[in-house]
Design a protein around this ligand. Structure first.
Ligand SMILES: Cc1cc2nc3c(=O)[nH]c(=O)nc-3n(C[C@H](O)[C@H](O)[C@H](O)COP(=O)(O)O)c2cc1C
Length: 231
């Protein structure tokens, strides 16, 4: 069972454990990692600022931590002993190899799967991931009231500054607008969640993508040692 946007109380984690579940909590800072470790989480998903989708930040009104995945991993490793899953901006097996070497037990990838046929993302969302018309991504509260990283479109530019830290209230306000935009094929007002490595998302079956990520990671781990200067 995985949690985001906060950490369950110790007794909830213990109850899940008694029923045979493993508990994962998404964290975006060392302070959150301490709380999740103290609650008894089996593993922490360490979400770097590069990640697509909502930031897992516990305290919504607080400014989200903007630490990138590698420094965040290092900081969390120095703080807690709990096994870590690294997430944020990973799009290739070489990236997976990098976070395993950095000390993560596993890697979690989201955006790179959005273009797969199994993904329920809107066709225009899938196409926008590789469309050079999109200058990049930003973290915004404009769509839901919680910080989320997505492609920068007109809605993000117009509403990010005024958006309050009110989740899920803002989501209720924007839901119909987003739905109408998707029906009209107007990507300027769609919620185009994406991480910083969105340009590498390609349409291919998810199983094939997983296989190639694993092969790339294995090869990268073998090759890296040979790149190290000898003597
Ligand atoms: C479209 C989308 C939906 C997501 N939904 C969830 C979710 O429901 N729960 C969750 O814990 N994380 C969710 N995430 C975040 C991922 O778990 C992960 O942190 C992120 O995708 C990793 O960064 P990447 O997208 O750059 O690979 C979502 C991410 C995306 C892109």
């Amino acid at each position: 069972v995985s949690f985001t946007f906060g950490c369950p109380a110790k007794d909830i984690v213990a109850n899940l454990a008694r029923r045979g579940s493993r508990v994962v909590v998404t964290v975006t800072s060392a302070a959150e990692a301490v709380l999740a470790a103290e609650a008894g989480a089996d593993a922490l998903c360490v979400q770097g600022a590069e990640a697509g989708g909502h930031r897992g930040t516990f305290d919504n009104p607080a400014r989200p931590d903007d630490m990138g995945l590698l420094p965040l991993l290092r900081t969390v490793i120095a703080t807690v002993d709990t096994p870590l899953i690294a997430a944020g901006g990973l799009s290739h097996g070489n990236d997976i190899a990098a976070v395993l070497v950095a000390g993560a037990r596993a890697a979690q990838l989201g955006t790179i799967f959005l273009a797969c046929p199994e993904s329920g993302a809107h066709k225009l969302h899938k196409e926008a991931l590789t469309d050079p018309a999109y200058p990049g991504t930003a973290v915004t509260r404009a769509f839901t009231g919680r910080p989320a990283r997505g492609l920068v479109n007109r809605f993000v530019l117009d509403h990010s500054e005024a958006a309050p830290a009110a989740y899920p209230h803002v989501r209720h306000v924007t839901r119909d607008i987003i739905r109408a935009a998707a029906q009209a094929g107007d990507t300027a007002a769609m919620f185009l969640l994406a991480g910083q490595a969105h340009r590498f998302a390609r349409e291919q079956p998810a199983a094939q993508l997983v296989r190639s990520l694993a092969e790339q990671a294995r090869a990268a781990l073998n090759q890296a040692i040979h790149r190290w200067p000898t003597g």
